[in-house]
Every structure is written in structure tokens, then in C-alpha cells.
Ligand binder design. Structure first.
Ligand code: HEC
Length: 113
């Protein structure tokens, strides 16, 4: 009897997780988009780079420059590089992850929309 109840509880929890995981992911990308608009768009509008032409946020450039994963992008955003300043004192770890996920997602979509 108890076993059955536990099974039902477990299945319900799994269902809830499965239902809300994509929503959480989308919310994170939305946060990332907002941060991008506030902090990055000045130099990287439309996935470009007005300071260093070869260092855009287009998929090809990210791959060539080895910043094409959430880990490498968030490390660059945290610590900055050359003319790009560090964001670790301005954004939380979560915000840096969110904006990095957004950059990757947009690069996959060629920055269209
Ligand atoms: C003041 C202008 C400026 C701002 C604002 C800025 N960046 Fe950058 N970004 C740069 C420059 C310059 C580089 C090239 C760094 C180098 O020399 O490798 C760069 C490089 C990058 C790269 C690597 C691109 C490549 O192809 O190598 C990523 C990813 C990136 N920026 C993301 C961001 C994000 C996310 C934000 C906002 C949190 C941001 N940048 C804000 C100027 C800026």
C-alpha cells in the first residue's frame, strides 16, 4: 500500500519536473536577453562587435576563437578580455550564466530575432 503511494508520489514529481523544466530554461533565456540588452548591446548589437571586427558573437567567430560553450563564454564575461571589461563585479554568477546561454542560443539562430 505504502509502496503504491510512493510510486504515485514519485511519478507526480517527475511529471511536475518535466512540465516545468522547459519553462525554467525559457525564463533563463529571457533573463539573459534582458541582461544582454542592458550590458552588451552597446558593443555587440545584432551579435556583432563594434570594437574588434573579428570577435563577433556569430557562431563561426565563437568557434574560431574557442568561446563556443557556456563555460568559455561565462569565463570571458566574468574576467573580461582586452577591451572588453570584466562583469564578475557587476553581474551575479547566475546572470553571467543566463547571458552566456542567451549568446549561444542567438548564435545558433544566427542572431535572427
Ligand atoms: C565596451 C564594449 C563591449 C561590451 C559592453 C561587451 N563586450 Fe564582449 N567583447 C568586446 C571586445 C572588444 C571583445 C574582443 C575581446 C578580445 O580581444 O578577444 C569581446 C568579445 C566577446 C566575446 C567573444 C567573441 C569572439 O568571437 O571571440 C563574447 C562571447 C562576448 N564579448 C560577450 C559579451 C557579453 C555577453 C557582454 C555583456 C555582458 C559583452 N560581451 C559586453 C567588447 C565588449
Amino acid at each position: 500500500m505504502l509502496n503504491k503511494q510512493l510510486t504515485i508520489l514519485f511519478l507526480t514529481l517527475t511529471l511536475i519536473l518535466a512540465l516545468f523544466y522547459p519553462t525554467a530554461l525559457a525564463a533563463n533565456l529571457e533573463t539573459g536577453a534582458k541582461i544582454f540588452e542592458a550590458q552588451c548591446v552597446g558593443c555587440h548589437a545584432g551579435g556583432g562587435n563594434i570594437v574588434r571586427r573579428g570577435k563577433t558573437l556569430q557562431k563561426k567567430a565563437l568557434q574560431r576563437n574557442h568561446v563556443d560553450t557556456i563555460e568559455t563564454i561565462s569565463a570571458l564575461v566574468s574576467n573580461g578580455k582586452n577591451n572588453m571589461s570584466a562583469y564578475k563585479d557587476r553581474l551575479t554568477e547566475g546572470e553571467i550564466q543566463a547571458v552566456s546561454a542567451y549568446v549561444l542560443e542567438q548564435a545558433e539562430k544566427n542572431w535572427k530575432n
